[in-house]
Ligand binder design. Structure first.
Ligand code: PMP
Length: 431
């Protein structure tokens, strides 16, 4: 049989760098041929060979209702008939903004953009503009999009300002990016002691999904909040992945339960709020958001921002996930997947740890959950690659890299979870 995926990948590589439009899709970490998606429905997609997979990527987060949800589809079709893009305001943008603010009350105003990268980049500019400061803290293993100043990963350690992680980012552009270890309170305190009054913000993925799945500990988050408040730096939550994914109130609602009165100063959103269409946002208190053009001096704009079809998709998605019982059911299903995998690994004697919140999960071929990027990277990567391909051959599609989180949708059934655990149990035995 000819492998259509391979044919398409070869053809793609002639006209698109690496054959893909976003690097992780190329299967570089795990090897093998990327699956070219033909169509998707509910919890499944079919590749170019007509092979069916249970999909635990869901477009890397957005597809919380599964693929082709009929209510969302109808809203999108209706919106498309009224026009694709106007470059002039529409009522639906207000509705989406209101819907977002209703569930994430730390934000009083929100600006809609088209990608998480844009949202993170704009939030950083606004934080710098609003505070009049240049330096900021990010954490190793947190991804905030590929804007130059944010593209610094390396745990260069305390008070060592970042080295660019990508060619093409001039060192002077990341001079003010301070990279610290995630969940390391001592480093954070030392960084504030040295640079507190120069810091515009601390940007963090509260439940990190770009080093698999790692939670900021409650004591660490408590200290982030205290130090930011003390030094006049803004606490910026990048909830592009966790927003409306781990809870209706996003990750900040999870921390607010553990830390009385807790809220971030600014929030960055994407993925779920667009329901699979290009849409993202950033928001915060009125006094900060009013610093944005046209009311303030911080410039930010976008031809397709608040796109009418994307807002229809996002708005309908958010209304569906706000329905009673949605989060209990999704959380239970995700938990049953993690429990099932944990049990199957234990039965096969494979070191394993897993965690989840709402519809987002992560697991590691490590006996204990890691607390930072360096620990995540101690995972046995050849073993993970075997697991990945074993699952893929068995019709289960997880992220093709051990440092990515996974996603369960409302369309995943108990039978899908059981089938996934059955396939995984076999693969674990072969590890
Ligand atoms: N922030 C986080 C936390 C993300 O997970 C991502 C994307 N995975 C981004 C920002 C960037 O979003 P986008 O890919 O839409 O530019």
């Amino acid at each position: 049989m000819t492998d259509r995926n391979q044919e398409l990948f070869d053809r793609a590589a002639q006209v698109i760098p690496g054959g893909v439009n976003s690097p992780v899709r190329a299967f570089r970490a795990v090897g093998g041929t990327p699956r070219f998606v033909q169509r998707a429905q509910g919890a499944y997609f079919w590749d170019a060979n007509g092979q069916k997979y249970i999909d635990y990527i869901g477009s890397w987060g957005p597809m919380i209702l599964g693929h082709g949800n009929p209510v969302v589809l109808e809203a999108v079709q209706k919106a498309a008939l009224d026009g694709f893009s106007f470059g002039a305001p529409t009522e639906r943008e207000i509705e989406l903004a209101e819907e977002i603010l209703k569930h994430v009350p730390s934000m009083e105003m929100v600006r809609l953009v088209s990608s998480g990268t844009e949202a993170g980049m704009s939030a950083l500019r606004l934080a710098r503009g609003a505070t009049g400061r240049s330096k900021f803290i990010k954490f190793e293993g947190c991804y905030h999009g590929h804007a130059d100043a944010l593209l610094v990963k390396a745990g260069s350690g305390l008070a060592t300002f970042g080295n660019p992680t990508s060619a093409g980012v001039p060192p002077e552009v990341v001079r003010d990016t301070l990279v610290l270890e995630y969940n390391n309170i001592q480093q954070l305190e030392e960084a504030f002691a040295l640079h507190g009054k120069e810091l515009a913000c601390v940007m963090i993925e509260p439940i990190a999904g770009n080093m698999n799945f790692v939670r900021a500990s409650v004591p660490f988050m408590t200290r982030c909040r205290e130090l930011c408040t003390q030094h006049g730096a803004l606490l910026v939550f990048d909830e592009v992945m966790s927003g409306f994914r781990v809870a209706l109130g996003s990750a900040q609602s999870v921390y607010a339960k553990a830390i009385p009165g807790f809220k971030p100063d600014m929030t960055v959103l994407g993925k779920v709020i667009g329901g699979g269409m290009p849409l993202a946002a950033f928001g915060g208190p009125r006094e900060i958001m009013r610093q944005l053009a046209p009311t303030g001096p911080v410039y930010q704009a976008g031809t397709l921002s608040g796109n009418p079809v994307a807002t229809a998709c996002g708005l309908t998605t958010l209304r569906e996930i706000a329905k009673p019982g949605f989060w209990d059911a999704l959380s239970a299903r995700t938990q049953s997947l993690v429990d099932g995998l944990t049990g199957a690994a234990a039965a096969a004697g494979v070191p394993f740890s897993g965690d989840c919140q709402g519809g987002m999960f992560g697991f590691f071929l490590l006996p204990e959950l890691p607390q930072n990027y360096a620990k995540v990277m101690t995972s046995d990567s050849p073993k993970f690659n075997k697991l990945f391909h074993g699952l893929l051959d068995g019709g289960v599609y997880i992220a093709p890299a051990l440092y990515e989180a996974g996603f369960v949708s409302a369309a995943h059934t108990d039978a899908d979870i059981a089938e996934t655990v059955r396939v995984a149990a076999d693969v674990f035995k072969s590890l």
